[in-house]
Design a protein around this ligand. Structure first.
Ligand code: PLP
Length: 440
Protein backbone atom coordinates (compact mmCIF):
# COMPACT_ATOMS: atom_id res chain seq x y z
CA UNK A 1 0.00 0.00 0.00
CA UNK A 2 1.33 3.51 -0.73
CA UNK A 3 1.87 5.41 2.51
CA UNK A 4 0.16 8.73 3.18
CA UNK A 5 2.30 9.27 6.28
CA UNK A 6 6.03 8.97 6.40
CA UNK A 7 8.54 9.55 9.16
CA UNK A 8 10.00 13.04 9.55
CA UNK A 9 13.46 11.68 8.75
CA UNK A 10 12.33 10.06 5.57
CA UNK A 11 10.47 13.24 4.50
CA UNK A 12 13.54 15.33 5.20
CA UNK A 13 15.77 12.99 3.16
CA UNK A 14 13.27 12.99 0.31
CA UNK A 15 13.15 16.80 0.23
CA UNK A 16 16.94 16.96 0.00
CA UNK A 17 17.00 14.34 -2.75
CA UNK A 18 14.60 16.03 -5.15
CA UNK A 19 16.45 17.35 -8.18
CA UNK A 20 14.21 20.35 -8.88
CA UNK A 21 14.13 21.64 -5.29
CA UNK A 22 16.55 24.18 -3.83
CA UNK A 23 19.46 22.68 -1.87
CA UNK A 24 18.07 21.40 1.41
CA UNK A 25 14.54 21.24 0.05
CA UNK A 26 11.66 23.71 -0.04
CA UNK A 27 10.16 23.80 3.47
CA UNK A 28 7.14 25.86 2.31
CA UNK A 29 5.83 23.25 -0.08
CA UNK A 30 2.71 21.46 1.08
CA UNK A 31 2.75 17.68 0.99
CA UNK A 32 -0.63 16.64 -0.37
CA UNK A 33 -2.10 13.33 0.65
CA UNK A 34 -5.65 13.39 -0.69
CA UNK A 35 -7.93 15.20 -3.13
CA UNK A 36 -11.62 15.07 -3.96
CA UNK A 37 -13.43 17.44 -6.29
CA UNK A 38 -12.17 20.94 -5.50
CA UNK A 39 -10.70 19.97 -2.11
CA UNK A 40 -7.19 18.82 -1.23
CA UNK A 41 -5.74 17.77 2.11
CA UNK A 42 -2.14 18.03 3.29
CA UNK A 43 -0.15 15.68 5.52
CA UNK A 44 -1.05 17.78 8.56
CA UNK A 45 -4.73 17.01 7.99
CA UNK A 46 -5.50 20.55 6.76
CA UNK A 47 -8.20 20.97 4.10
CA UNK A 48 -7.95 23.49 1.26
CA UNK A 49 -10.21 24.67 -1.55
CA UNK A 50 -7.93 24.28 -4.55
CA UNK A 51 -8.47 27.23 -6.90
CA UNK A 52 -5.58 26.06 -9.08
CA UNK A 53 -7.14 22.73 -10.09
CA UNK A 54 -3.49 21.58 -9.89
CA UNK A 55 -2.03 23.66 -12.71
CA UNK A 56 -5.54 24.14 -14.15
CA UNK A 57 -5.63 20.45 -15.04
CA UNK A 58 -8.57 19.13 -13.07
CA UNK A 59 -11.35 20.62 -15.18
CA UNK A 60 -13.30 17.70 -13.81
CA UNK A 61 -12.77 17.73 -10.03
CA UNK A 62 -10.00 15.57 -8.57
CA UNK A 63 -10.48 11.82 -8.20
CA UNK A 64 -13.83 11.74 -9.93
CA UNK A 65 -15.18 8.21 -9.25
CA UNK A 66 -15.93 7.63 -12.96
CA UNK A 67 -12.33 8.42 -13.91
CA UNK A 68 -10.92 6.30 -11.10
CA UNK A 69 -13.19 3.38 -12.05
CA UNK A 70 -12.20 3.61 -15.73
CA UNK A 71 -8.50 3.76 -14.88
CA UNK A 72 -8.83 0.89 -12.39
CA UNK A 73 -10.71 -1.23 -14.92
CA UNK A 74 -8.02 -0.54 -17.51
CA UNK A 75 -5.36 -1.48 -14.93
CA UNK A 76 -6.85 -4.92 -14.63
CA UNK A 77 -6.85 -5.37 -18.45
CA UNK A 78 -3.66 -3.99 -19.96
CA UNK A 79 -1.44 -1.22 -18.61
CA UNK A 80 0.93 -0.66 -21.50
CA UNK A 81 0.55 -0.92 -25.24
CA UNK A 82 3.09 0.67 -27.56
CA UNK A 83 1.77 2.97 -30.30
CA UNK A 84 1.92 0.21 -32.91
CA UNK A 85 -1.18 -1.26 -31.22
CA UNK A 86 -4.66 0.07 -30.49
CA UNK A 87 -6.76 -0.31 -27.38
CA UNK A 88 -10.58 0.00 -27.38
CA UNK A 89 -10.47 3.15 -25.22
CA UNK A 90 -7.99 4.77 -27.63
CA UNK A 91 -10.39 4.30 -30.53
CA UNK A 92 -13.35 5.52 -28.48
CA UNK A 93 -11.50 8.62 -27.29
CA UNK A 94 -10.30 9.43 -30.81
CA UNK A 95 -13.89 9.23 -32.01
CA UNK A 96 -15.23 11.29 -29.10
CA UNK A 97 -12.66 14.09 -29.28
CA UNK A 98 -12.99 14.53 -33.04
CA UNK A 99 -16.78 14.63 -32.60
CA UNK A 100 -16.52 17.61 -30.22
CA UNK A 101 -13.70 19.42 -32.05
CA UNK A 102 -14.29 22.53 -34.18
CA UNK A 103 -15.37 21.69 -37.75
CA UNK A 104 -12.64 20.26 -39.97
CA UNK A 105 -10.41 18.94 -37.17
CA UNK A 106 -11.11 15.29 -37.88
CA UNK A 107 -7.84 13.69 -36.86
CA UNK A 108 -6.28 13.37 -33.40
CA UNK A 109 -2.92 12.28 -32.02
CA UNK A 110 -2.05 11.59 -28.38
CA UNK A 111 0.90 12.03 -26.11
CA UNK A 112 1.36 12.55 -22.37
CA UNK A 113 2.42 16.19 -21.89
CA UNK A 114 1.29 19.51 -23.28
CA UNK A 115 4.88 20.32 -24.27
CA UNK A 116 5.16 17.13 -26.31
CA UNK A 117 1.78 17.85 -27.91
CA UNK A 118 3.02 21.30 -28.95
CA UNK A 119 6.09 19.62 -30.43
CA UNK A 120 3.78 17.20 -32.26
CA UNK A 121 1.99 20.21 -33.78
CA UNK A 122 5.33 21.80 -34.76
CA UNK A 123 6.44 18.57 -36.42
CA UNK A 124 3.16 18.29 -38.31
CA UNK A 125 3.49 21.92 -39.45
CA UNK A 126 7.06 21.33 -40.69
CA UNK A 127 5.99 18.12 -42.44
CA UNK A 128 3.30 20.14 -44.23
CA UNK A 129 5.53 23.09 -45.06
CA UNK A 130 8.78 21.35 -46.08
CA UNK A 131 11.71 23.72 -46.46
CA UNK A 132 10.32 26.17 -43.89
CA UNK A 133 12.80 27.64 -41.47
CA UNK A 134 10.61 29.25 -38.83
CA UNK A 135 7.69 29.18 -36.47
CA UNK A 136 6.22 32.43 -35.15
CA UNK A 137 5.04 32.76 -31.58
CA UNK A 138 3.75 35.68 -29.51
CA UNK A 139 5.67 37.57 -26.89
CA UNK A 140 4.45 36.44 -23.42
CA UNK A 141 3.47 33.05 -24.87
CA UNK A 142 3.86 29.88 -22.87
CA UNK A 143 3.96 26.59 -24.74
CA UNK A 144 5.90 24.34 -22.38
CA UNK A 145 9.25 23.40 -20.96
CA UNK A 146 10.70 20.90 -23.38
CA UNK A 147 13.77 22.34 -25.09
CA UNK A 148 11.83 23.33 -28.20
CA UNK A 149 8.74 24.69 -26.49
CA UNK A 150 10.91 26.83 -24.20
CA UNK A 151 12.15 28.60 -27.31
CA UNK A 152 8.53 29.10 -28.38
CA UNK A 153 7.66 30.67 -25.02
CA UNK A 154 8.76 33.91 -23.38
CA UNK A 155 12.53 34.39 -23.16
CA UNK A 156 13.94 32.40 -20.27
CA UNK A 157 15.84 34.97 -18.21
CA UNK A 158 18.74 32.56 -17.69
CA UNK A 159 18.60 30.51 -20.87
CA UNK A 160 21.57 28.21 -21.38
CA UNK A 161 19.78 25.88 -23.77
CA UNK A 162 20.09 28.06 -26.89
CA UNK A 163 22.46 25.76 -28.80
CA UNK A 164 19.76 23.07 -28.77
CA UNK A 165 16.87 25.35 -29.71
CA UNK A 166 15.35 26.00 -33.13
CA UNK A 167 14.13 29.02 -35.05
CA UNK A 168 11.29 30.76 -33.27
CA UNK A 169 10.49 34.43 -33.71
CA UNK A 170 8.40 36.21 -31.08
CA UNK A 171 6.09 38.97 -32.29
CA UNK A 172 4.28 41.62 -30.23
CA UNK A 173 0.59 41.20 -29.42
CA UNK A 174 -2.16 43.62 -28.42
CA UNK A 175 -2.92 43.99 -24.73
CA UNK A 176 -6.40 44.82 -23.49
CA UNK A 177 -5.17 46.20 -20.16
CA UNK A 178 -1.96 47.87 -21.30
CA UNK A 179 -3.09 49.07 -24.71
CA UNK A 180 -0.36 51.03 -26.49
CA UNK A 181 -0.60 54.75 -25.78
CA UNK A 182 -3.18 56.62 -27.83
CA UNK A 183 -4.66 53.50 -29.44
CA UNK A 184 -7.92 51.68 -28.94
CA UNK A 185 -7.48 47.96 -28.41
CA UNK A 186 -8.69 47.33 -32.00
CA UNK A 187 -6.07 49.76 -33.32
CA UNK A 188 -3.48 48.08 -31.10
CA UNK A 189 -4.40 44.75 -32.73
CA UNK A 190 -4.16 46.27 -36.23
CA UNK A 191 -0.73 47.70 -35.39
CA UNK A 192 0.47 44.29 -34.18
CA UNK A 193 -0.97 42.56 -37.26
CA UNK A 194 1.06 45.00 -39.38
CA UNK A 195 4.19 44.16 -37.38
CA UNK A 196 3.43 40.45 -37.85
CA UNK A 197 3.20 40.92 -41.63
CA UNK A 198 6.51 42.83 -41.58
CA UNK A 199 8.13 40.05 -39.56
CA UNK A 200 6.98 37.35 -41.99
CA UNK A 201 8.18 39.29 -45.05
CA UNK A 202 11.24 41.11 -43.69
CA UNK A 203 12.07 39.81 -40.23
CA UNK A 204 13.02 36.19 -40.82
CA UNK A 205 15.06 34.23 -43.34
CA UNK A 206 13.01 31.92 -45.50
CA UNK A 207 9.50 30.57 -45.26
CA UNK A 208 7.50 30.45 -42.02
CA UNK A 209 5.68 27.16 -41.37
CA UNK A 210 3.20 28.16 -38.71
CA UNK A 211 2.05 30.61 -36.11
CA UNK A 212 1.16 29.30 -32.65
CA UNK A 213 -0.83 31.20 -30.04
CA UNK A 214 -2.98 30.73 -26.97
CA UNK A 215 -6.51 32.21 -27.29
CA UNK A 216 -5.87 33.67 -23.84
CA UNK A 217 -2.24 33.70 -22.76
CA UNK A 218 -2.23 31.71 -19.54
CA UNK A 219 1.12 31.63 -17.80
CA UNK A 220 2.25 34.80 -19.59
CA UNK A 221 -0.25 36.97 -17.71
CA UNK A 222 -3.84 35.98 -18.57
CA UNK A 223 -3.77 38.27 -21.57
CA UNK A 224 -7.05 38.35 -23.43
CA UNK A 225 -7.04 39.82 -26.93
CA UNK A 226 -9.47 42.06 -28.84
CA UNK A 227 -11.77 40.22 -31.27
CA UNK A 228 -10.12 41.57 -34.42
CA UNK A 229 -6.79 40.04 -33.35
CA UNK A 230 -8.13 36.48 -33.63
CA UNK A 231 -9.69 37.10 -37.03
CA UNK A 232 -6.60 39.00 -38.14
CA UNK A 233 -4.27 36.12 -37.27
CA UNK A 234 -6.35 33.75 -39.40
CA UNK A 235 -6.22 36.25 -42.25
CA UNK A 236 -2.44 36.73 -42.05
CA UNK A 237 -1.89 32.94 -41.95
CA UNK A 238 -4.04 32.57 -45.07
CA UNK A 239 -2.23 35.43 -46.84
CA UNK A 240 1.22 33.92 -46.29
CA UNK A 241 0.40 30.19 -46.24
CA UNK A 242 1.13 29.65 -42.54
CA UNK A 243 -0.66 27.02 -40.49
CA UNK A 244 -2.50 28.43 -37.47
CA UNK A 245 -1.87 26.34 -34.35
CA UNK A 246 -4.12 27.23 -31.41
CA UNK A 247 -2.64 26.08 -28.10
CA UNK A 248 -5.64 25.16 -25.94
CA UNK A 249 -3.72 23.29 -23.26
CA UNK A 250 -5.22 25.75 -20.73
CA UNK A 251 -8.28 27.09 -22.53
CA UNK A 252 -9.62 23.79 -23.86
CA UNK A 253 -12.18 21.35 -22.46
CA UNK A 254 -14.56 23.98 -21.09
CA UNK A 255 -12.32 26.34 -19.11
CA UNK A 256 -13.59 29.48 -20.94
CA UNK A 257 -17.27 28.50 -20.75
CA UNK A 258 -17.08 27.04 -24.26
CA UNK A 259 -15.59 23.67 -25.14
CA UNK A 260 -12.70 25.39 -26.94
CA UNK A 261 -11.29 28.89 -26.70
CA UNK A 262 -11.19 28.93 -30.51
CA UNK A 263 -14.97 28.49 -30.43
CA UNK A 264 -15.33 31.29 -27.88
CA UNK A 265 -13.40 33.73 -30.07
CA UNK A 266 -14.71 32.42 -33.40
CA UNK A 267 -11.30 31.54 -34.82
CA UNK A 268 -10.75 28.63 -37.22
CA UNK A 269 -7.57 26.76 -36.32
CA UNK A 270 -5.59 24.42 -38.54
CA UNK A 271 -4.60 22.55 -35.40
CA UNK A 272 -5.61 22.60 -31.75
CA UNK A 273 -3.20 21.46 -29.05
CA UNK A 274 -4.95 20.12 -25.96
CA UNK A 275 -3.69 18.80 -22.61
CA UNK A 276 -4.27 19.29 -18.90
CA UNK A 277 -8.08 18.96 -18.45
CA UNK A 278 -8.46 16.15 -20.98
CA UNK A 279 -6.90 13.50 -18.72
CA UNK A 280 -9.12 13.87 -15.65
CA UNK A 281 -5.96 14.14 -13.52
CA UNK A 282 -3.90 11.67 -15.56
CA UNK A 283 -1.17 12.76 -17.99
CA UNK A 284 -2.72 13.14 -21.43
CA UNK A 285 -2.39 15.66 -24.25
CA UNK A 286 -2.52 15.74 -28.01
CA UNK A 287 -3.27 17.48 -31.27
CA UNK A 288 -6.46 17.84 -33.29
CA UNK A 289 -5.68 18.39 -36.95
CA UNK A 290 -7.24 18.51 -40.40
CA UNK A 291 -7.26 15.29 -42.44
CA UNK A 292 -5.41 17.06 -45.26
CA UNK A 293 -2.48 17.71 -42.90
CA UNK A 294 -2.35 14.19 -41.41
CA UNK A 295 0.83 13.16 -43.20
CA UNK A 296 3.26 12.02 -40.52
CA UNK A 297 5.62 9.37 -41.84
CA UNK A 298 7.27 6.56 -39.90
CA UNK A 299 9.84 7.92 -37.49
CA UNK A 300 8.26 11.38 -37.15
CA UNK A 301 6.37 11.12 -33.89
CA UNK A 302 6.22 7.93 -31.89
CA UNK A 303 6.85 7.77 -28.16
CA UNK A 304 6.85 4.54 -26.16
CA UNK A 305 4.13 5.68 -23.75
CA UNK A 306 2.46 8.14 -26.14
CA UNK A 307 -0.89 6.33 -26.00
CA UNK A 308 -0.63 5.11 -22.41
CA UNK A 309 -3.80 3.02 -21.92
CA UNK A 310 -4.45 4.15 -18.34
CA UNK A 311 -4.34 7.82 -19.31
CA UNK A 312 -6.47 7.17 -22.38
CA UNK A 313 -9.11 5.29 -20.35
CA UNK A 314 -9.12 8.03 -17.71
CA UNK A 315 -9.33 10.69 -20.43
CA UNK A 316 -12.28 8.95 -22.08
CA UNK A 317 -14.15 8.92 -18.77
CA UNK A 318 -13.17 12.53 -18.02
CA UNK A 319 -14.30 13.94 -21.38
CA UNK A 320 -17.58 12.00 -21.14
CA UNK A 321 -18.12 13.38 -17.62
CA UNK A 322 -17.37 16.96 -18.74
CA UNK A 323 -20.06 16.56 -21.39
CA UNK A 324 -22.59 14.61 -19.26
CA UNK A 325 -22.31 16.97 -16.29
CA UNK A 326 -22.69 20.10 -18.44
CA UNK A 327 -19.40 21.46 -17.10
CA UNK A 328 -18.89 23.81 -20.02
CA UNK A 329 -22.11 25.61 -19.11
CA UNK A 330 -21.18 25.42 -15.43
CA UNK A 331 -17.85 27.08 -16.14
CA UNK A 332 -19.71 29.92 -17.86
CA UNK A 333 -22.14 30.35 -14.94
CA UNK A 334 -19.45 30.07 -12.25
CA UNK A 335 -17.30 32.47 -14.26
CA UNK A 336 -20.07 35.06 -14.36
CA UNK A 337 -20.50 34.83 -10.60
CA UNK A 338 -16.75 34.96 -9.87
CA UNK A 339 -16.23 37.89 -12.22
CA UNK A 340 -19.12 39.83 -10.67
CA UNK A 341 -17.69 39.24 -7.17
CA UNK A 342 -14.20 40.28 -8.27
CA UNK A 343 -15.54 43.43 -9.93
CA UNK A 344 -17.29 44.31 -6.66
CA UNK A 345 -13.96 43.80 -4.87
CA UNK A 346 -12.28 46.03 -7.44
CA UNK A 347 -14.63 48.82 -6.34
CA UNK A 348 -13.42 48.36 -2.75
CA UNK A 349 -9.71 47.67 -3.21
CA UNK A 350 -7.45 49.86 -5.31
CA UNK A 351 -4.91 47.03 -5.35
CA UNK A 352 -7.07 45.31 -7.98
CA UNK A 353 -6.15 46.88 -11.30
CA UNK A 354 -8.03 44.53 -13.59
CA UNK A 355 -10.44 41.59 -13.51
CA UNK A 356 -10.05 38.98 -16.26
CA UNK A 357 -12.03 36.05 -17.63
CA UNK A 358 -13.87 34.55 -19.40
CA UNK A 359 -15.42 31.46 -17.79
CA UNK A 360 -13.28 30.01 -15.00
CA UNK A 361 -10.12 31.46 -16.56
CA UNK A 362 -10.62 34.06 -13.82
CA UNK A 363 -7.89 36.30 -12.46
CA UNK A 364 -7.12 39.71 -10.99
CA UNK A 365 -4.07 41.83 -11.61
CA UNK A 366 -2.63 43.43 -8.48
CA UNK A 367 -1.19 46.92 -9.05
CA UNK A 368 0.20 49.74 -6.93
CA UNK A 369 -1.49 52.43 -8.96
CA UNK A 370 -4.35 52.42 -11.47
CA UNK A 371 -2.70 55.06 -13.65
CA UNK A 372 0.81 53.61 -13.92
CA UNK A 373 -0.39 49.98 -13.54
CA UNK A 374 2.85 49.24 -11.72
CA UNK A 375 2.75 45.57 -10.66
CA UNK A 376 2.39 45.03 -6.91
CA UNK A 377 4.31 41.74 -6.78
CA UNK A 378 4.96 41.44 -3.07
CA UNK A 379 1.33 42.30 -2.22
CA UNK A 380 0.22 39.72 -4.77
CA UNK A 381 2.43 37.08 -3.17
CA UNK A 382 1.07 38.01 0.27
CA UNK A 383 -2.46 37.44 -0.98
CA UNK A 384 -1.42 33.95 -2.07
CA UNK A 385 0.34 33.18 1.23
CA UNK A 386 -2.43 34.49 3.48
CA UNK A 387 -5.23 32.83 1.53
CA UNK A 388 -3.39 29.50 1.77
CA UNK A 389 -3.05 29.96 5.52
CA UNK A 390 -6.86 30.32 5.57
CA UNK A 391 -7.46 27.18 3.53
CA UNK A 392 -7.70 28.52 -0.04
CA UNK A 393 -5.01 27.77 -2.62
CA UNK A 394 -4.98 30.53 -5.25
CA UNK A 395 -2.94 30.61 -8.42
CA UNK A 396 0.08 32.90 -8.68
CA UNK A 397 2.08 34.02 -11.68
CA UNK A 398 5.48 32.94 -10.58
CA UNK A 399 7.35 32.74 -13.83
CA UNK A 400 8.24 35.41 -16.34
CA UNK A 401 5.60 38.01 -17.07
CA UNK A 402 4.60 40.42 -14.37
CA UNK A 403 4.39 38.21 -11.30
CA UNK A 404 1.34 40.04 -9.98
CA UNK A 405 -1.63 37.92 -11.00
CA UNK A 406 -3.92 36.07 -8.65
CA UNK A 407 -5.78 33.30 -10.44
CA UNK A 408 -9.08 31.73 -9.40
CA UNK A 409 -9.25 28.66 -11.65
CA UNK A 410 -10.80 25.80 -9.69
CA UNK A 411 -12.26 22.63 -11.21
CA UNK A 412 -15.29 23.48 -13.37
CA UNK A 413 -17.51 21.36 -11.11
CA UNK A 414 -16.66 23.28 -7.95
CA UNK A 415 -19.84 23.74 -5.92
CA UNK A 416 -21.35 27.23 -5.73
CA UNK A 417 -20.79 27.16 -1.95
CA UNK A 418 -17.09 26.31 -2.31
CA UNK A 419 -16.57 29.02 -4.93
CA UNK A 420 -18.32 31.59 -2.73
CA UNK A 421 -16.26 30.48 0.29
CA UNK A 422 -13.00 30.80 -1.66
CA UNK A 423 -13.93 34.29 -2.84
CA UNK A 424 -14.95 35.25 0.73
CA UNK A 425 -11.44 34.32 1.89
CA UNK A 426 -9.87 36.28 -0.97
CA UNK A 427 -11.97 39.31 0.03
CA UNK A 428 -10.92 39.12 3.69
CA UNK A 429 -7.27 38.76 2.72
CA UNK A 430 -7.49 41.64 0.26
CA UNK A 431 -9.03 43.83 2.95
CA UNK A 432 -6.10 43.19 5.27
CA UNK A 433 -3.44 43.66 2.62
CA UNK A 434 -5.11 46.78 1.25
CA UNK A 435 -5.21 48.27 4.78
CA UNK A 436 -1.52 47.56 5.23
CA UNK A 437 -0.73 48.93 1.76
CA UNK A 438 -2.62 52.17 2.46
CA UNK A 439 -0.91 52.52 5.86
CA UNK A 440 2.67 52.35 4.55
C1 PLP B 1 -0.76 26.93 -23.01
C2 PLP B 1 0.16 25.82 -22.56
N1 PLP B 1 0.77 25.08 -23.49
C3 PLP B 1 1.59 24.06 -23.15
C4 PLP B 1 1.84 23.78 -21.82
C5 PLP B 1 2.78 22.65 -21.45
O1 PLP B 1 2.09 21.61 -20.87
P1 PLP B 1 2.87 20.52 -19.97
O2 PLP B 1 3.32 21.22 -18.73
O3 PLP B 1 1.84 19.45 -19.74
O4 PLP B 1 4.01 20.03 -20.79
C6 PLP B 1 1.22 24.54 -20.82
C7 PLP B 1 1.48 24.27 -19.40
O5 PLP B 1 1.24 25.07 -18.52
C8 PLP B 1 0.36 25.59 -21.20
O6 PLP B 1 -0.24 26.36 -20.30
Amino acid sequence: MPSTTITATSAERGRRALLHEPAGGDPDKLTLVKALGSLVWDDQGREYIDCTAQAWSNNLGANDPRVIAAAAEQLTQITHARPTFHTPALLELADLLTSISPPGLDRVGFTLHGSMAVEMAFKLAMRNRPGSQHIITLQDAYHGRSITTMAASWPHPHNVFGPLQGSFTRVPHPDLYRTRTGLTSEQDAELCLGLLRDTITKGVDGQVAALIYEPIQGNGGHNEFPANWHQGLRQVCDEFGLLLIVDEVQTGLGRTGRMWGAEYYGVEPDMIVFGKGVGGGFPLAGVLAKAEHANFIAGDDQLTFGQFPISIAAGLAAVRAIIDDGLVERAAAHGEYATARLLQMKERFTLIGDVRGPGLMTSIEIVKDHETKEPACSESHQIFVQAQARGVILGESRYAGLGNLIKVKPPLDITSEQLAAALDVLEVVLEEIQTEFDRV
